[in-house]
Structure formats: C-alpha cells, structure tokens
Write a protein that binds this ligand. Structure first.
Ligand code: SF4
Ligand code: SF4
Ligand code: SF4
Length: 209
C-alpha cells in the first residue's frame, strides 16, 4: 500500500508543449522556476507542520499549459498558467488571402475592407500569425494568463483569471499567493475556498505583481 506520509506538498502538471507540441505558444518547461518559488516560500515545511499525513486534497496544485487548449487542466489547479501571444496587426500588409480567418477557431478575425481582429475573442494561440504569408499578423509579445483557485472535490470551482503577465510577474504572483495562503491557512482549506472567503477582488489585490 502507498505510504500517504510520502506525498509531496505540491503537484505540477506541465503539458507536452514544452517538448514537441506544434500548438505551443511558449514551449518553455517552467518546472524548475515554479518549484524553486514554491520551495523558497517554505510551503513544504509549512504543510508538513500543519497536516499529517499529507493527502491529495492538501497538496498545492500547479499546472502549466503552453497554449489555450489547456491540456494540463490549469482551470482546476490552485495556480495555473496558460501561454498567451499578443497579436500585432499591420493591416496594410494584408493581401486578403483568408488563411487566418479559416484557422482562427475563435472567429476573432474577419475580412471586410481589410483584415480585422476582435481582441475580446482572441485567446492568443498564435495560429493566425503562423499561417499569414505576408506577416500582416505577428506575435508582438508573449506571456501567461494567470489562473487562480481552481479545484474539484465536493464544491468544484473553475479558476478565475487574474490577468496577462510576463514570466517574472507570474512567478511573483505565485510567491504572493503562497504567502497569503499560508497566512490564512487551516487544515483542508483549498485556495479556491480562500478566494471565496476573502472575495475575489480583495484576494486579487493581495496577489497582483
Ligand atoms: S496545451 Fe496546447 S501546447 Fe500543451 S499539449 Fe495541449 S495542445 Fe499542445
Ligand atoms: S491568436 Fe489568432 S488564431 Fe488565435 S485566437 Fe487570436 S486571432 Fe484567433
Ligand atoms: S493570413 Fe495574413 S494576408 Fe492572409 S488574410 Fe490573414 S492577415 Fe491577410
């Protein structure tokens, strides 16, 4: 039988985008960076001191997806990152071929007297920039959408989105999240419960970079 005492204080799911997925917006494996922040925060010792044995629902769950398809399930993790590409548009370069319109699963692009991008629909997958032969669509900036407080269990909660951040900013959010979580911790509390208790606005204020 598995020894529950040996469960680590966290889990980390990283999608295969870091290795070889053609959809990856950012194919960087963030395992070392995220675990470094978590270990320096003192979370493993903190949890071991609070909770024995550590069971699955005590673990702090992290997930990184290299594109909005979210294969590593960041929406049900305590801390999730989804790679995002900000698309730049130079409409004067557009030849009107329509490749980008066909490939965009979000219907964020349309051709009508030139190419138009509806940023409210765009999920930053960068597929359009990959197929544009004229470089009218290009990736201007990459970073991560930071998701917080997702969980399953008796009262499931989909993670809410804090915003779009660079990697250093995202790591700073993780640092703050762990600190706030430890300040308010009691055995069995999940981050999503704490967000609900403090109120999302109040919680977000505490953890923004
Ligand atoms: S989340 Fe995207 S990049 Fe990662 S494995 Fe899934 S499809 Fe590929
Ligand atoms: S990045 Fe391009 S293809 Fe992807 S959702 Fe945005 S507009 Fe559509
Ligand atoms: S793929 Fe590029 S050139 Fe073709 S319609 Fe889209 S923006 Fe214009």
């Amino acid at each position: 039988m598995k020894d529950l005492h040996k469960l680590p204080a966290h889990t980390l799911k990283v999608c295969r985008g870091a290795a070889q997925c053609p959809h990856a917006v950012l194919g960087t494996d963030l395992t070392a960076e995220l675990e470094d922040v978590l270990i320096r925060s003192g979370w493993p010792e903190f949890l071991a001191g609070m909770t024995r044995p550590i069971r699955h629902h005590h673990q702090f769950r992290m997930a990184v997806a290299s594109c909005p398809n979210g294969c590593s399930q960041p929406h049900i993790a305590d801390f999730g990152l989804i790679a995002f590409a900000r698309i730049g548009l130079e409409s004067e370069r557009c030849s009107g071929c329509g490749h980008c319109v066909s490939i965009c699963a979000e219907k964020a692009l349309h051709l009508e007297d030139g190419i138009h991008l509806d940023r409210s629909r765009c999920l930053g997958c960068a597929a359009c920039a990959r197929v544009c032969p004229e470089k009218a669509l290009q990736v201007d900036e990459t970073g991560y959408r930071v998701l917080l407080g997702g969980k399953l269990g008796r009262h499931p909660r989909l993670a809410h989105e804090l915003g779009f951040y660079s990697l250093p900013e995202s790591l700073d959010v993780l640092r703050k999240v762990l600190s706030v979580f430890m300040d308010h911790h009691r055995s069995g509390l999940r981050l999503g419960d704490l967000v609900e208790k403090l109120g999302r606005k109040e919680f977000d204020k505490l953890v923004r970079p």
